[in-house]
Ligand binder design. Structure first.
Ligand code: ATP
Ligand code: FE
Length: 397
């Protein structure tokens, strides 16, 4: 099966083509790790185009600007994804790609006007090509992505050697901080979400507050903060430096025993320390203080994640044995986080839990995950009347 995926829930205009055997998903859904290991039916990414909106002129995402940007960019993303598929020999013609079996589109959740762009184009293509639609849930697609094999890595199923349901997903991005139990393609339970700000937003604000240089063309404030902290750590010293920094600033790890995440208290606590340092040093905070505060912030932000994993990762509590923890979203690229999570699982005596970090290009918004989710759970329809679902719970599929 060949599926064209279209994603426009936020500000990125995305289109992708994925291919999988018609039986794809059967092994995964009735999963036993043994069967998965021997399975040869995998989904493969043919093309994936992500056209990003230019944020240099606005602060943050503005719904009307995002919708206008989709109107301009989404058709180009679709044509580019088709062109690449043609150049690779998966389709013979761009105007009537008979090889495409269905069009998968994000129906929600997201910004209404942005979603409407993708839905409108998808419906038009469905009518034009006489191919059915698969209406897809954006967050479910994120959670199912680790099953997707990528062409950029050399070994088959590189990041998901034995991934099987049920598993836990930590989604850590600019807009989300979620811990989800994934039991199947339509069976999700939200174990923790944020009460206020997201973890990515906290990284962005703290990075800006500490005036850490960011090269906007190639990186993000969060990644710049990680690089700034790591720059000066020489082998073996990290643990001592971590302890000293955490003790010095004693930043809050809120809601320690509650099921929710919260990042606004931590963000404000760091902001207060920055203001105090600026006062003491007359606006010129020494680099050593900036670095130490950034380090303490990073550790406090991750401590919350670790405490929620400890709370939830017991088979008794979920009623079933958790085999893996998948960590995705922009913040998942942080190396310190990766090490700490492995340490946390080992500490709990849960060395048996596999830790998966899908490639970041598949963790941040993309249409490959939309096409892939449709291949895994192939529920097609010719209904052209469905509208955007801006608010749509992952637990309501
Ligand atoms: P969403 O997908 O929820 O709408 P988004 O598209 O903004 O949000 P992503 O692109 O997944 O989210 O992630 C971006 C966030 O990840 C930013 O807040 C960025 O600062 C943060 N980030 C990226 N790399 C790192 C890193 N190495 N350490 C910490 N944070 C990081
Ligand atoms: Fe997303």
């Amino acid at each position: 099966r060949v599926v064209l995926g279209i994603e426009s829930s936020c500000d990125d205009s995305c289109a992708a083509i994925c291919v999988a055997p018609t039986t794809y998903g059967e092994d995964i859904i009735s999963a036993s790790s043994e069967r998965l290991r021997n399975s040869d039916g995998e989904a493969e990414l043919v093309s994936s185009i992500v056209l990003k909106q230019d944020h240099s002129l606005t602060s943050g995402i503005q719904p009307l600007i995002a919708a206008n940007s989709h109107a301009a960019s989404l058709p180009h993303a679709i044509v580019a994804a088709l062109r690449e598929a043609k150049s690779k020999g998966f389709i013979a013609s761009i105007t009537s790609p008979v090889e495409i079996d269905a069009i998968a589109v994000t129906q929600g959740p997201g910004m209404g006007a942005s979603l409407a762009s993708g839905l409108g184009l998808s419906k038009m293509l469905s009518a034009l090509w006489e191919r059915p639609l698969v209406y897809t849930h954006h967050m479910a697609a994120h959670a199912l992505t680790p099953f997707l094999r990528t062409t950029t890595t050399t070994t088959a199923r590189p990041h998901a050697p034995t991934l099987a349901f049920p598993f836990l997903t930590l989604l850590l991005s600019g807009g989300h901080t979620l811990l989800v139990l994934c039991r199947g393609p339509r069976s999700f339970k939200i174990l923790a979400t944020t009460n206020d700000d997201s973890i990515g937003d906290a990284f962005d604000k703290v990075s800006r507050g500490l005036k850490i240089d960011v090269d906007w063309a190639s990186t993000s404030p969060g990644a710049a903060l990680e690089a700034f902290v790591t720059q000066r750590t020489e082998g073996g010293e990290q643990e001592t430096e971590d302890k000293t920094a955490s003790k010095r600033w004693s930043l809050p790890v809120p809601l320690k025993n509650k099921p929710e995440f919260s990042y606004s208290g931590l963000k404000s606590a760091v902001q207060r320390q920055i203001e105090e340092l600026e006062r003491v040093h007359e606006g010129q905070i020494p680099d050593s203080d900036r670095r130490s505060l950034a380090r303490a912030f990073q550790l406090a932000a991750f401590a919350q994640l670790e405490s929620k994993i400890r709370m939830n990762l017991s088979s008794e509590k979920q009623g079933e044995a958790i085999k893996a923890l998948v960590v995705s979203g922009g913040v998942a690229s942080n190396e310190v986080l990766r090490k700490r999570l492995r340490g946390c699982l080992d500490d709990m005596g849960r060395g048996d839990v596999e830790l998966h970090f899908p490639p970041i290009s598949l963790c941040t918004d993309n249409a490959a995950m939309i096409a892939h989710a449709a291949l895994l759970d192939y529920q097609t329809t010719f209904d052209l009347t469905r509208s955007p679902r801006a608010k749509w719970s992952l637990e309501d599929l």
